[in-house]
Design a protein around this ligand. Structure first.
Ligand SMILES: [Mg+2]
Ligand SMILES: [Zn+2]
Length: 278
């Protein structure tokens, strides 16, 4: 007998979340650097280094100050996550949407925060810079794209990550089956993927942030429908309105059915996967 399909399903709805200042209302790199007392080193090195290698270097600074990977985890767990965003994630997952994170932070930070708030397993994929703890207990952060061996060639994006290329890959895997994308972000790096969206897709830019400003500079360049938001509450309202509009026939929300949230698969390519216990 064929296995019965899941009770809740929204076939073809892919929700892609940026992480910093989108899922969380703060910036995880800044949070860790500030809370673990590495601000001076950050300001000293910032003029000479690109962001991604700088973050790896900052983890070295933090380690040199005697802070362990567990201290970094504790620090990330102490940061807030808007209850409306948690609810939006759980509800969209319960409705059967395929949730993904595409972020220029790193696996360690993102998995720690999402696991702490019980929503890590709501996501099918986290596309971000790989992170691992080395033998000395120092957190290492590597680029998502290796610019030396495989440059992504996109002039809009930082050399370690082109989110547009990531979206194109997700679209290609979807293939002929029509998928509706909902992309939620705030930053400059979220503009390239927004341009890759097509008719029937949606972009949710955080109002008055760089992505919103770039979109407003020429709205004609986007094929996706634009739905701004400016708080966790509005993110939830807007996202669920769009999901309900796309899914047909309209599905019922089961009260916090987050059985999927027990496990997570993170694609880390050739890099070592880092598990966050929870
Ligand atoms: Mg962001
Ligand atoms: Zn790009």
């Amino acid at each position: 007998m064929a296995p019965s399909p899941p009770a809740q399903q929204a076939p073809g709805v892919v929700v892609v979340f940026d992480f910093d200042r989108t899922i969380i209302d703060w910036d995880s790199d800044n949070w860790v650097i500030t809370k673990l007392g590495a601000t001076d080193a950050f300001h000293r090195l910032r003029p000479t280094m690109r962001w991604n290698p700088l973050m790896d270097r900052m983890m070295g600074e933090v380690h040199a100050r005697g802070k362990t990977a567990e201290d970094i985890r504790e620090c990330l767990r102490s940061a807030p996550l808007d209850v409306h965003v948690v609810s939006a994630i759980k509800t969209a997952a319960a409705l059967g949407c395929d949730l993904k994170v595409v972020s220029d932070a790193n696996t360690f930070f993102i998995e720690t925060v999402l696991a702490h708030h019980g929503v890590l397993g709501c996501f099918s994929e986290i596309k971000t810079n790989p992170a691992s703890v080395d033998v000395d207990g120092r957190l290492r952060i590597s680029p998502f794209h290796d610019s030396a061996t495989a440059p992504h060639g996109c002039s809009l994006c930082p050399e370690n990550m082109c989110k547009g290329k990531i979206i194109e890959k997700i679209q290609a895997i979807a293939g002929a089956e029509k998928q509706h994308f909902i992309y939620i972000g705030d930053g400059k790096g979220d503009y390239c993927p927004s341009l890759k969206l097509g008719e029937g897709d949606y972009v949710m830019p955080k109002e008055n942030y760089p992505l919103w400003n770039l979109i407003c500079s020429n709205k004609q360049l986007l094929k996706a429908e634009i739905h701004p938001w400016n708080s966790g509450e509005e993110l939830e309202k807007t996202l669920l309105k769009l999901v309900n509009k796309v899914i047909s026939p309209p599905a019922q929300v089961s009260p916090v059915d987050c059985s999927k949230c027990e496990s997570v698969t993170t694609e880390l390519g050739h890099h070592q996967a880092l598990r966050v216990p929870h």
